[in-house]
Design a protein around this ligand. Structure first.
Ligand SMILES: [Mn+2]
Length: 333
């Protein structure tokens, strides 16, 4: 990562109160970064608050400090009231698009100056200050570099959170974004006492039975297109009922169609209770799935991206996204 600009460090040093934010439906990187940065900032004498729209999912309950989150917007307002100028800072972690800050985005942004720390392709620039570097494996990696630059202590709980964050976003150090520096940071974290097996069992060997019942249902929907270069699965609400599962049980299912040998693009469509349809896109080739996600108002990375549809049936969403993928595949040949 490039050296962190002194202006950014100064803004953080000056702040007395920091509100930490991340994206809706936060993943391991989002939560791990937020929890770690909270502890890092508390270690250098700041008052902090992690705000999330919803309580932490059972998937990430193992992360140290996962119970210490605020889900009440009024509490955030109380926390930030009567702050003198320059003493309050909001930090949005792992958020590539303002909309991903969720339903309170405008209220939150109006509270004070906002620093964005992120590694997504910036296409919807927001925030007053930005520490954005595309190509870094995870926001967790950036938070570690920030701790070093601030000469702050990284405690064992923070090290665990950062390891979980990096692990989540690199597919356990498998993706292209895993750089020598990523491994060096991981080694530092191990030196601090992190046990990789403890984190990976919590992340990957911690399934509830309904998850496997749900996986059975979802894999039944597998279809291949473009001579097997595109693999599609979907999840409909009734499958959740049959499997007695929750939507969070489907976390990571897109890895299954992605794992097929000849597949270049894997797509997972999820129909949510509120009628929205979310789409997860993964690529194994030069195909840039973030470009497809962006057509539909989403975003992400070259190899992992997503978008969301508000008022469309799953079948229609499926057709539109597939058409966009197929058109791009044809243009690449
Ligand atoms: Mn991330």
């Amino acid at each position: 990562m490039k050296a962190i600009p002194e202006t950014i460090l100064e803004i953080i040093r000056r702040a007395e109160k920091v509100v930490l934010l991340t994206h809706v439906r936060p993943d391991g990187d989002a939560l791990g970064s937020a929890f770690a940065l909270r502890d890092i900032l508390e270690g250098i004498g700041k008052e902090t608050l992690v705000f999330l729209e919803e309580p932490v999912s059972f998937l990430y309950a193992f992360m140290p400090g996962s119970g210490r989150v605020c889900t009440d917007i009024d509490e955030v307002k109380k926390f930030t009231s009567n702050c003198s100028a320059g003493s309050l800072l909001l930090v949005a972690l792992d958020v590539g698009d303002k909309d991903r800050l969720g339903r309170y985005q405008d209220e939150l942004i109006s509270l004070g100056p906002l620093l964005v720390i992120d590694h997504h392709l910036p296409y919807n620039v927001f925030g007053d200050y930005r520490l954005i570097e595309v190509g870094i494996s995870s926001t967790g990696e950036m938070v570690y570099e920030l701790a070093l630059a601030l000469r702050a202590t990284v405690t064992l709980p923070s090290a665990k959170n950062l390891f979980a964050a990096i692990c989540s976003d690199t597919g356990s150090f498998r993706y292209e974004s895993t750089k020598p520096r990523t491994m060096h940071i991981a080694a530092d974290l191990l030196q601090m006492g992190v046990h990789p097996n403890e984190i990976s069992s919590a992340l990957y060997d911690n399934s509830r039975l309904p998850r496997l019942h749900l996986l059975k249902e979802v894999l039944d929907t597998l279809q291949l297109y473009a001579d097997g270069r595109v693999a599609v699965v979907y999840l409909k609400d009734d499958m959740l009922n049959r499997a007695q599962a929750e939507m969070d049980d489907a976390e990571g299912f897109v890895e299954y169609p992605r794992s097929l040998r000849q597949v270049e693009v894997a797509i997972f469509f999820k129909e949510h209770k509120d009628g929205q349809v979310s789409v997860s896109l993964r690529s194994k080739s030069d195909f840039d799935v973030s470009e497809v996600a962006r057509i539909f108002g989403g975003g992400g990375h070259r190899k992992a991206a997503g978008c969301r549809f508000r008022d469309e049936e799953l079948a229609m969403v499926r057709e539109r996204v597939l058409a966009a993928v197929n058109a791009r595949l044809a243009a690449m040949d």
